[in-house]
Design a protein around this ligand. Structure first.
Ligand code: 2P0
Length: 320
């Protein structure tokens, strides 16, 4: 009744923003991401009928603030198995110093897979992704390495993720850490506010689906230039939609714009470099992994060494 799993973080190239069903966490649009090798979570779970309560430890420290989230998520699997055993969860985030990228994606993917193994549930990764989704939407994509699609679906069973490509080509990301502090507004709240108040939101789901189709063609062709262009445009459309919410949601900071200017300069110099941004100010540059050091050298003119992290493609979540 014990298992330990490592799951890697992912960055969406086609973003998920907005839920159709808050309880089941069914999104308004499908999304697609790249799993990263440098950022991951390792989670160990142990179930026992002798434990009297659930316990959660994050990076070695008891974390009672997050316990109810962990317990509620675990309940989905206890119900499936028909047991009421309590669980002890020990989770460690491996994120380069102060990256501020500790992600609920790798966390819930690792937790879900560790529970699946320890309770002998034998859920396939696709089935497991439908449960992991209810921990955190983006986590559903972190069960797999490479390029992963989370199909929107319209029910618990049909809203799930699959790997669409192992990304065995020259692709990587340079992450620019603009600010490692906790985000001002959580994704969950930001999404709700955008769906409810942004006059541009009605255009978002269909734009995202169109971008997804274009992205899948670009991936099939291993056309990094197209992948970058589509991803950058998709991220900007998401941010524009958020900015039009009332009150506005603005995740960009001055230093984000500074990094974006450097990406434009790199492109003018003939280097394939496109950016994406999530619910925070950090900038992720999509590039050829073989050119990442050239990009880093450029960024070092205006950013510090600790603010720049180069990462390649991450693997499937796995038992360790
Ligand atoms: C994504 N983000 O596709 C998008 C782009 C942030 C911006 O998924 O409410 O933590 O737990 O489902 O997964 C972050 O949102 O939100 C996210 P919940 P989650 O990566």
């Amino acid at each position: 009744m014990k298992a330990k799993v490592r799951a890697h973080a992912n960055i969406a190239l086609i973003k998920y923003w907005g839920k159709e069903d808050e309880v089941l966490a069914i999104p308004n649009n499908s999304s697609l991401s790249l799993t990263l090798d440098k950022f991951y979570t390792e989670t160990e779970v142990e179930f026992s009928s002798e434990f009297t309560s659930d316990e959660f430890y994050l990076n070695g420290v008891k974390d009672d603030a997050t316990l109810s989230k962990v317990s509620n998520f675990t309940d989905l699997f206890r119900k499936l198995k028909g047991i009421n055993d309590r669980v002890i969860v020990r989770s460690v985030n491996y994120v380069p110093t102060a990256a501020g990228l500790a992600s609920s994606a790798s966390a819930f993917a690792a937790l879900g897979k560790a529970i699946n193994v320890s309770l002998d549930l034998n859920l396939s990764d696709e089935e497991l992704s439908t449960y992991v989704r209810q921990g955190s939407g983006s986590a559903t994509r972190s069960l797999y390495g490479g390029l992963v699609q989370w199909t929107k679906g319209n029910s618990h069973e049909s809203s799930k993720a699959v790997r669409i490509d192992p990304a065995n080509f020259d692709i990587g990301m340079v992450v620019v850490i603009v600010n490692s502090k906790e985000k001002k507004i959580s994704s969950r709240e930001g999404m709700k506010q955008t769906v409810l108040t942004s006059p541009f939101y009605p255009a978002w789901p269909s734009e995202a689906e169109k971008d997804l189709d274009l992205m899948k063609v670009a991936i099939k062709n291993q056309d990094l230039e197209a992948i970058g262009k589509i991803a950058e445009n998709n991220a900007l459309k998401m941010h524009a939609t958020m900015m039009a919410a009332n009150p506005a949601i603005i995740y960009m900071e001055e230093k984000s714009m500074q990094a974006i200017r450097l990406v434009h300069e790199l492109r003018a110099e003939g280097i394939t470099a496109y950016f994406t941004m999530d619910a925070g100010p950090n900038v992720k540059i999509i590039c050829q992994l073989s050119q990442a050091e050239v990009i880093k050298a450029k960024l070092l003119k205006e950013f510090n060494e600790e603010e720049i992290i180069v990462t390649g493609v991450g693997p499937d979540a796995s038992i360790i």
